[in-house]
Design a protein around this ligand. Structure first.
Ligand SMILES: [Zn+2]
Length: 122
């Protein structure tokens, strides 16, 4: 939100936004889809990709962000579901405190910072 004071009003414009309950439903659906994607991955990775695709569409349609913990679950290059160790490589950089995830489908590298020197995920 870096909008300059357009009209300098404090009133929030809600016209372009969807009602809050719909947003709540969208957030929940995204969560469910990612959980299903995780569950389906072993048997049917293509189904996981579909779930990610649907989750992304919901996210865009309702303009709700995908939670940080789920963002690590799909590739920003090819949008496929990624499972660390299966179709993605994970490396930790403990000096700079980030996780580097490399998608093995398209080779895209994604970097995520972390604060606690914990395990890569979970
Ligand atoms: Zn990829």
């Amino acid at each position: 939100m870096t909008d300059l004071n357009k009209g300098s009003q404090f009133k929030k414009r809600r016209r372009s936004k969807k009602p809050t309950d719909q947003i709540q439903v969208a957030v929940e659906r995204i969560e469910i889809l990612f959980e299903q994607a995780e569950g389906a991955f072993k048997d049917n990775p293509e189904l996981s990709d579909r779930y990610v695709e649907i989750a992304r569409k919901i996210s865009m349609k309702y303009n709700v962000p995908i939670a940080q913990r789920y963002k690590k679950r799909f590739c920003r290059g090819c949008n496929k579901y990624i499972s660390c160790g299966a179709n993605a490589r994970v490396r930790l950089n403990s000096q700079r405190k980030y996780i580097l995830i490399t998608c093995e489908n398209c080779g895209k590298k994604m970097r995520y910072g972390y604060t606690k020197p914990a395990k890569a995920d979970e």
